[in-house]
Design a protein around this ligand. Structure first.
Ligand code: APR
Ligand code: PHB
Length: 401
């Protein structure tokens, strides 16, 4: 049986937020793409992930034609709270930066992107296996994979590696052509999703003698909470009532009185790491999103960085196909990595500030207390946190690296 071979302009490996969004942005520039996804559509749409969007991300998603759900159901937040041993400080994003963030779950972003794909008829292969990348240094790279018992090959001008941290794309870059930077944190986040009203109208990032906690939300009737936990924590040791009680202790009495408890719709533990792969380009392969970088969720940057990469790469590809201009493609990795590293710094800083580290010395603990004291008493320090949280501005990728 002959191997079916498709021809497209951009082969996209991975049908999560990065791949789906990139395909939508390319579609609006008249650029043809095909998505090859390992999991089923239901699996992709069922993932529970973070939910804070920078204003720049909202603008990119709107440009991709998926702004309606955001506009109707997204919650606009003008600030968030820092809590330290029960003392609250509101980081007034709107007064300090003139900007806001939108709370809208990644699950909903993914569903909106999937719905847009179905409507536009962009070709997607779900439940593809054995994905392999070929001829990345040539001008006719290709992707081979198995689907429905058939071996497939897709020839393309470019390949976008949107297949996340555990994907195949980054591994296709020869080890001597990439540098990897990683920090694994000695704790994880235990998250709970419940159909109960949020305890506060904005997010609360709390640090306490018992460790970190976060009070977030998905809507006015659905809440998302997290507590710092051991990486090897046994989820069975955390029945709902124990988790609700611990949340109240870490968020402090003023907040705890507003917590509505209820049965967990979902409960899981996620490890925390910082990771960056340099480069994000190898020949005709461009890495996007978690395939190239990971941040601890403390700064709510994971999805926003993926959106930023998709914005940069779609802009560069648009210029290439419209005007045969390669400057954006040449600059992509450097421009994207400048934004990535600043988000890595912010996420690392906030994680260090708000979490307990077993190996912290007495000096480390005094420094952390002084950092919190400085933030609670300095508008300049609060403005720095605010401008990073609402998202640093995009560069013009076509202006060159
Ligand atoms: N072949 C095809 N698809 C693959 C392969 C492979 N070898 N490996 C992984 N995938 C798919 C995964 O099933 C997933 O659907 O690639 C997709 C990658 O999606 P994400 O891991 O969500 O990464 P990304 O799209 O970059 O989105 C980043 O997602 O995980 C969160 O915190 C992260 O918010 C951030 C966002
Ligand atoms: C979430 O709502 O899941 C969330 C919000 C903010 C974060 C991390 C996760 O920093």
């Amino acid at each position: 049986m002959t191997q079916p071979c498709l021809r497209t302009q951009v082969a996209i490996i991975g049908g999560g937020p990065s791949g789906l969004l990139l395909a939508r942005l390319l579609h609006f520039d008249g650029i043809d793409s095909v998505i090859i996804e390992r999991q089923s559509a239901a699996h992709v749409e069922g993932r529970i992930r973070a939910g804070v969007l920078e204003q720049g991300s909202v603008e990119v998603l709107t440009r991709a034609g998926v702004g309606k759900g955001l506009a109707q159901h997204g919650l606009t937040h003008g600030g968030f709270e820092l809590a330290s041993d029960g003392c609250l400080l509101r980081i007034d994003l709107e007064r300090l930066t003139g900007k806001t963030v939108t709370v809208y779950g990644q699950t909903e972003v993914t569903k909106d992107l999937m719905a847009a794909h179905r409507a536009s008829g962009t070709q997607m292969f779900h439940e593809a296996s054995g994905v392999a990348l070929h001829a990345l240094g040539a001008d006719r790279p290709s992707v081979s994979f198995d689907h429905g018992g058939q071996a497939w090959r897709i020839e393309a001008d470019f390949i976008a590696g949107c297949d996340g941290f555990h994907g195949a794309s980054r591994q296709a870059i020869p080890a001597n052509c990439r540098s990897e930077f990683e920090k694994v944190y000695p704790f994880g986040w235990l998250g709970i999703l419940a159909d109960v009203p949020p305890c506060h109208d904005e997010l609360i990032y709390a640090t306490s003698q018992r460790g970190f906690a976060l009070a977030s939300m998905r809507s006015e009737t659905r809440s998302r909470y997290y507590i710092q936990c051991r990486v090897d924590e046994d989820l069975d040791a955390w029945p709902d009532d124990r988790l609700w009680e611990e949340l109240g202790r870490r968020l402090g009495p003023q907040v705890a009185s507003g917590i509505t408890t209820g049965p967990a719709l979902e409960k899981s533990i996620a490890p925390l790491r910082s990771y960056v792969c340099e480069t994000m380009r190898y020949g005709r392969l461009f890495l996007v999103g978690d395939a190239a970088h990971i941040v601890p969720p403390t700064g709510a940057k994971g999805l926003n960085l993926a959106i930023g990469d998709a914005h940069y790469l779609s802009t560069a590809l648009g210029a290439f196909y419209a005007r045969d201009e390669t400057r954006g493609l040449e600059a992509y990795a450097d421009v994207a990595l400048r934004r990535v590293w600043k988000a890595e710094r912010f996420s690392w800083m906030l994680t260090g500030l708000l979490h307990d580290f077993d190996d912290a010395t007495d000096f480390d603990q005094r420094i952390r207390a002084a950092e919190l004291d400085y933030i609670f008493t300095s508008e300049a320090a609060q403005r720095s946190i605010a401008e990073n949280y609402i998202g640093l501005p995009f560069e013009d990728v076509l202006a060159g690296g």
